[in-house]
Write a protein that binds this ligand. Structure first.
Ligand SMILES: C[S@@+](CC[C@H](N)C(=O)[O-])C[C@H]1O[C@@H](n2cnc3c(N)ncnc32)[C@H](O)[C@@H]1O
Length: 174
């Protein structure tokens, strides 16, 4: 297991910065008086997202490491994907660790009205090796998923050159 997956101390790198950027991008899509939502956090890591949520929102972290007692422990490469539905599912910094990142993304779209995700689209073998990344969602592969699932991209921000953050209305949205 890589240092990043262990999610310890300095190894968290830019995760908090990316999380805040993603949260603000998502929050800007909601009306100021939005009702409390249920949030699933796929690959939730330190679960810093929980602290950003307004009062009354419900938070469920999923990770292959049992980081807190309430973590739903699930290996997205090995186990059946989570059956629970949420109003919004966050997939930040996790798709890169998967053999088939499109599979988890499709699943999120089918189980949430909103999906907020990040991914890197270039492929640098050295970086992938160092970070323990396994899969890749190319621009073309991502475009195919968005089209097939009839996903509306509501907001997008570039992230660190070849990466991005997307806020989408999932296929499950009314
Ligand atoms: C880069 S961290 C991102 C943490 C958090 N989402 C954030 O952005 O601050 C990736 C997280 O995905 C989890 N992860 C990696 N591979 C996984 C897998 N196969 N199944 C479930 N979780 C996984 C790691 O344990 C880690 O918590």
């Amino acid at each position: 297991m890589t240092q990043r997956e262990r999610n310890l101390g300095a190894a968290v790198g830019c995760w908090p910065e990316r999380l805040r950027a993603a949260w603000e991008l998502f929050r800007a899509q909601l009306p100021a008086q939005a009702p409390a939502l249920t949030v699933g956090d796929y690959g939730g890591g330190r679960q810093d997202l929980r602290a950003l949520l307004p009062e009354g929102w419900n938070y469920t972290p999923y990770d292959h490491l049992p980081r807190t007692p309430e973590t739903v422990v699930c290996d997205f490469n090995e186990d059946p994907l989570p059956a629970a539905r949420h109003d919004v599912i966050f997939c930040l910094g996790v798709l890169e660790y998967l053999d088939d990142p499109a599979r988890l993304l499709r699943h999120a779209f089918e189980h949430a009205d909103w999906v907020v995700f990040s991914c890197f689209q270039g492929w640098k073998p050295w970086r992938a090796w160092r970070e323990g990344w396994r899969g890749r969602l190319s621009r073309r592969a991502l475009a195919r998923v968005l089209e097939q699932e009839k996903i509306r991209v509501m907001a997008h921000a570039p992230w660190r050159g070849d990466g991005g953050i997307w806020v989408c209305r999932g296929g499950a949205a009314a």
